[in-house]
Ligand binder design. Structure first.
Ligand code: NAD
Ligand code: HSE
Ligand code: NA
Length: 429
């Protein structure tokens, strides 16, 4: 005879919440067999009760005050509302305090409050699970936390934001500029409630800080992630990168070293033969380098109703089976406090793009700034006047310390020759 159902209270009935209800309904029998017992949503909460979502909620208890879901007659609460604080955090705290398990896709909340919530879950002896929060449907938390648990991880790199990757791929395929493609990406339901979180790299940084904690056994340290996004990438940059044998991708990099933990989200030039170069559309991918397993590549849908629901329900199945451990792959007390590594001493190659006035001496001025800062130029391309009347100069540097590139850009700050902010993209090594 099958055991009693795992009873679930669900907050948020948007893209992901609706997907969870549909998945649990469609795959009900298979899930019950795999989990050893049925998984049933018994209560829900969202902002607007009367909204038609195409879901049959008639058998479910409706709770107006989302925080009160913590006290519904359920074993586990699933939070799919979003937001680092507000009702999501209040619900997380109330649920764990009530001694119930908590499943969430909310990377913003975990990046800011994951340690507190992890400690609360441990104290209560209940699960806190968040596979959907990082790289959507890809089982990368499970992969690193369980499959790669024996390894010291040296570096994790990943495409962690579907919206940005969709935009960059479209810009690449259709030679369109950023602003043209943005609205299309937003219409697909991947974008965060505040889309600047996607475009400016914040969402990817939330995810990277969670991933780094799992990979390196360190406390999540979102404030230590260096973050920039894709707002200033032009179709022309993508074309120059392609001519040089690279694709432009928003990449998160976390690396453990003697100087501490380095974490960055930044638009990178990725060599065309690197696995991340082949990731297009809203797909995500993570490359992790373990000292025994070698290079692991996780790839799949990083966003969207179906894939994200798949990850949420996988967490519920683990809970139904009684298979759950600590939230961050080790007890919160065992997580180390990683100092942020100084990026100035990191060595690498850079792509620098300048919009300049079309007049005598401009190239010499840029070259002099590079020379004086100790930056060695590998190649330089100048393209004729664009429709705005200025000229684009793209430079690829030889490998060198990042502080030299920063110093070169500082020397050019305020120059009358530049008609816009320079763009600096790192070249993934
Ligand atoms: N959409 C994706 O592809 C995706 C992928 C991974 C993770 N996530 C995360 O999943 C969560 C939900 O995302 P989504 O895309 O489904 O969002 P959504 O905007 O489609 O849905 C949010 C739901 O929460 C409800 N809600 C909003 N504010 C509320 C409040 N103050 N009180 C009660 N209910 C409230 C809304 O009514 C809605 O039902 C977010 O944390 C998001 O970052 C989304
Ligand atoms: N806004 C996120 C959703 C998935 O976390 C993205 O575009 O990747
Ligand atoms: Na995932």
């Amino acid at each position: 005879m099958m055991a009693d159902a795992l009873k679930v209270a669900l907050a948020g009935l948007g893209t992901v919440g609706g997907g969870v209800i549909r998945l649990l309904d469609e795959n009900r029998d298979l899930i019950a067999r795999r989990a050893g017992r049925p998984i049933e949503v018994v209560a829900v909460s969202a902002r607007d009760r009367s909204k038609d979502r195409g879901l049959d909620l008639s058998q479910l208890a409706w709770v107006d005050d989302t925080t009160q879901l913590a006290h519904a007659d359920a074993d586990v609460v699933v939070e799919l509302v979003g937001g680092a604080d507000g009702p999501a955090l209040a619900l997380a705290r109330a649920t764990l305090a009530a001694g119930k398990g908590f499943v969430t896709a909310n990377k913003a909340m975990l990046a800011h409050h994951g340690l507190e919530l992890g400690a609360a879950a441990e104290q209560a002896g209940v699960p806190l699970k968040f596979e959907a929060a990082v790289a959507g449907g890809i089982p990368v938390i499970k992969g690193l936390r369980e499959g790669a648990a024996a390894n010291a991880i040296g570096r994790v790199t990943g495409i962690l934001n579907g919206t940005c990757n969709f935009i960059l791929s479209r810009m690449e395929a259709e030679s369109r500029d950023f602003a043209d493609v943005l609205a299309e990406a937003q219409a697909l339901g991947f974008a965060e409630a505040d889309p600047s979180f996607d475009i400016d790299g914040v969402d990817a940084a939330h995810k990277l800080s969670i991933l780094a904690s799992i990979a390196f056994g360190t406390r999540p340290a979102f404030p230590n992630v260096q973050v920039s996004g894709i707002r200033h990438v032009l179709a022309a940059d993508i074309a120059e990168a392609a001519a040089l044998g690279y694709r432009v991708r928003l990449v998160g990099v976390a690396e453990a070293g003697a100087g501490g933990l380095f974490q960055r989200v930044h638009a990178h030039l990725v060599p065309a033969d690197h696995p991340l170069a082949h990731v297009t559309g809203a797909t995500n991918a993570v490359v992790a380098e373990g000292n025994y397993v070698g290079r692991l590549l996780f790839q799949g849908a990083g966003a969207g109703a179906g894939p994200t629901a798949s990850a949420v329900v996988a967490d519920l199945i683990d809970i139904a089976r009684g298979e759950f451990g600590t939230a961050f792959a080790m007890p919160v007390d065992a997580l180390a406090a990683a100092e942020p590594a100084d990026s100035g001493e990191r060595r690498g190659r850079a792509y620098l793009r300048f919009a300049v006035a079309d007049r005598v001496g401009v190239l010499a001025e840029i070259a002099a700034a590079m020379r004086d800062a100790g930056v060695s130029i590998e190649s330089l391309i100048q393209r004729g006047a664009n429709p705005g009347g200025d000229v684009l100069v793209a430079i690829v540097t030889h490998e060198g310390p990042e502080r030299c590139v920063a110093s070169a850009l500082e020397r050019l700050r305020g120059s009358q020759s530049l008609t816009g902010e320079p763009l600096w993209m790192h070249i993934l090594g």
